[in-house]
Design a protein around this ligand. Structure first.
Ligand SMILES: Nc1ncnc2c1ncn2[C@@H]1O[C@H](COP(=O)(O)OP(=O)(O)O)[C@@H](O)[C@H]1O
Ligand SMILES: [Mg+2]
Length: 305
């Protein structure tokens, strides 16, 4: 199988793990820096040019590992491969849906997946109303496209919520408001879905006094057993977003698990270390299954001719 990993660098842990597992299993793998790809459309067949060559027909499958800052271009490259019939561990549509927390939560809410109470608006004059819609402070203010816990703020009073929101509105930064689920206790759950299965799950806990559990903010993780409900939420979420491989984040509240976000390129370092699951191998096996099925379908079709 010819696998292309779309990633900005071979030295990134998750990319390196995928390369190693793919090679262990006898596949031909190449890391393509999607930020250095150009696409040519118009007359003739579409082309994806990388290092001076058209690579659109090269891979059997692709694994996008697209960072938040270049996701629009990355998703466009994935789309071009998809339209050429290549299987991707993340559909371009899914990458764009997961990139924005409001977009994700809109879809989850529509599908009756439990989420924290959430409000969004761009009207600086109705800040009071927004806070009241959540039952008053404390509230969480989040950048719609933040990552690694950096755009998540806890405002304990109406006064601080107002000044923070004013600032973001002034900077034209898209934000949203959320009820503060205090009982989650600085912890969250990360479930890794590969295909139709949750292959690994960990509980992350923030540093002392920190409500954000992100490893990048000093949090630590441990393996955790998910409830049936949590498993179902994780599987349904990835299905609705069109992401065969994804990390689903949930917090545990008094009214049960609540989905907070989905990551289209979940990191492997923490989850593999804390759970001892070989997540990268699961991803490669998913690709093998997919290519096998496609091949079987094709031979069946040809033998009917
Ligand atoms: N509504 C909330 N109530 C309580 N804690 C929250 C809430 N939303 C997020 N958190 C905490 O903050 C962390 C980061 O929030 P998240 O929405 O996942 O943003 P990011 O994309 O930056 O990781 C979560 O892992 C969780 O620990
Ligand atoms: Mg998160």
């Amino acid at each position: 199988m010819k696998i292309h990993i779309l990633s900005v660098g071979e030295n990134i842990y998750s990319t390196q793990r995928l390369v190693d597992e793919a090679e262990n299993r006898g596949h031909h793998v190449r890391v393509i820096n999607h930020t250095k790809c150009s696409v040519k459309l118009g007359k003739g067949r579409p082309q994806i040019i990388f290092e001076g060559r058209n690579i659109i027909n090269d891979p059997d499958v692709i694994i996008p590992r697209i960072g938040a800052s270049v996701s629009r271009h990355g998703a466009a490259i994935v789309k071009e491969f998809e339209m050429n019939g290549v299987f991707s561990t993340a559909r371009s549509l899914g990458i764009l849906r997961a990139q924005n927390k409001v977009r994700t939560l809109q879809i989850m809410n529509r599908k009756n997946i439990p989420i924290p109470q959430t409000v969004f608006s761009i009207n600086p004059r109705n800040i009071d109303e927004q806070i009241e819609l959540l039952g008053g402070p404390p509230v969480i203010i989040k950048l719609q496209e933040g990552t690694q816990g950096l755009g998540v703020i806890l405002a304990e009073s109406k006064k601080s919520a107002k000044s923070i929101m004013d600032t973001f509105y002034n900077m034209n930064t898209s934000i949203m408001l959320q009820e503060f689920v205090e009982e989650s206790n600085g912890e969250d759950i990360r479930a890794i879905v590969v295909g139709r299965k949750v292959v690994a799950a960990m509980k992350r806990k923030g540093e002392k006094g920190e409500f954000r559990s992100n490893i990048h903010r000093g949090g630590t993780g441990e393996s955790v057993q998910l409830s049936e409900k949590e498993k179902k939420i994780a599987l349904r979420a990835t299905q609705y977003l069109s992401l065969p491989v994804a990390g689903v984040d949930m917090i545990r509240s008094q009214r049960g698990p609540l989905l907070i976000e989905v990551n289209a390129s979940p990191g492997f370092q923490g989850i593999e270390a804390f759970t001892k699951v070989n997540v990268a191998a699961h991803v490669i096996k998913l690709l093998e299954t997919n290519v096998r099925q496609k091949f079987q379908k094709r031979t069946r079709r040809n033998s009917r001719k």
